[in-house]
Design a binder for this molecule. Structure first.
Ligand code: M6R
Length: 366
């Protein structure tokens, strides 16, 4: 049932190209227009979006914010469900709440959904499990088509959540006319190549596995990113915590100098998610200086960067290459080596990859 893999997690990592393709399937017509008929909501009056989720799904939301604001021109906040629920969020009929949940049963997210609906906001769910509680109670749902995810650590569900979020942002752009049709069609055409991009990453992860094995006795690993790379860093750290029981944190690289740089000591592994040099040059330049700063203080730098990015090479103790994709779509490729890294490190420590201690696949208590 694990399809020749040692763990369900590895099987699910390998299934990601297919999961992405399935999530895109049937949602774009021949003219390159999005067909998301399931989003039957009064989008014309929406003036703000709040995305609410937990764990890995929250990280998908943090990435979605960039796409929603850039493409659809809609202000977007992202909040942990357990926090959103227990304050008094200011919601109006123009606020669209988007809840993201793989299982559709996460109690924190469900309570947030109910809270929002009680205040009169429309709720759109992005969910992987058909007919689960969250999509049943939401006003509309975009299903991800990742297929059943068995391993506790979320992998293929996360990448398909990203795809669903990109589709949602582009659909809003189409309806709100914030992007020309040709530009939407162009982004969708690029998105349709994502399964091949992820497949390409999967064929080059062997060195990542070797690297992970050499780090199994480390007590701590830090992850740094900027822009959409920041939530990817948080996701890499979450995977390492839950699977390898190691202290791991994802930081915004620009925040380093405001405190976390004091953590850097000789030999500390720091994984840095580097944005495309072709995307936003200032962003790239800034992170290259961050890598120099931490290396000068003794960090062992593990650099995840685009193919052909030579500027980072002199400062990388280990390099993980990913295919070139537009900045906003980059999390689809940069997350994959971090999943493999955490999985391999946990295996090297002899831990139960699919069923980490103290965790359940769906958290049905608040
Ligand atoms: O089913 P959900 O997406 O609502 O679950 C949310 C989190 O519990 C989940 O993503 C958790 O963080 C994963 N174990 C992370 O790998």
């Amino acid at each position: 049932e694990k399809g020749g893999h040692d763990h369900f997690m590895l099987k699910e990592i390998a299934e990601q190209p297919r999961a992405i393709a399935d999530t895109l399937l049937g949602r774009v017509d021949e003219q390159g227009r999005l067909r998301l008929d399931e989003v039957r909501l009064p989008l014309g009056t929406v003036d703000k979006m709040i995305i609410v989720a937990c764990g890995t799904s929250y990280h998908a939301g943090l990435i979605a914010k960039h796409a929603v604001e850039r493409w659809a021109g809609l202000p977007c906040e992202v909040e942990l469900a357990s926090e959103f629920r227990y304050r008094d969020p200011i919601l109006s009929s123009g606020t669209l709440i988007v809840v993201i949940s793989q299982s559709g049963e996460t109690m924190d997210t469900l309570m947030a959904l109910r809270h929002a609906r009680e205040q009169g906001s429309a709720v759109l769910a992005i969910c992987n499990v058909n007919g689960s509680t969250i999509p049943r109670e939401a006003d509309a749902v975009i299903y991800t088509h990742a297929g059943p995810e068995i391993a506790v650590a979320s992998t293929k569900a996360f990448l398909t959540q990203l795809v669903a979020c990109y589709l949602m942002a582009l659909y809003l752009a189409q309806r709100r006319r914030t992007l020309p049709d040709e530009e939407i069609a162009g982004i969708l055409a690029r998105l349709s190549k994502a399964p091949a991009d992820v497949e390409a990453v999967l064929t080059t992860v062997e060195p990542v596995r070797e690297l992970a094995r050499t780090l199994k006795n480390q007590r701590c690993v830090l992850f740094l990113g900027r822009h959409v790379g920041y939530p990817v860093a948080m996701e890499g750290a979450l995977k390492l915590k839950e699977l390898a029981y190691m202290h791991a944190e994802g930081f915004a690289a620009g925040e380093l100098k405001h405190g976390p740089i004091a953590l850097i000591e000789e030999g500390l592994p720091v994984v840095v998610v580097v944005p495309s040099p072709k995307g936003e040059p200032t962003l790239h330049g800034k992170i290259v200086s961050n890598i120099q700063e931490i290396r000068a203080r003794g960090a062992m730098t593990v650099v995840v960067c685009e193919d052909g990015d030579t500027a980072v090479e002199p400062y990388a103790d280990a390099l993980i290459r990913v295919p070139a994709v537009p900045t906003l779509l980059q999390p689809l490729v940069t997350t994959v080596p971090l999943q493999v890294f955490a999985c391999e490190l946990a295996s090297a420590k002899g831990l139960d990859v699919d069923q980490p201690r103290n965790l359940a696949k769906s958290v049905t208590v608040e």
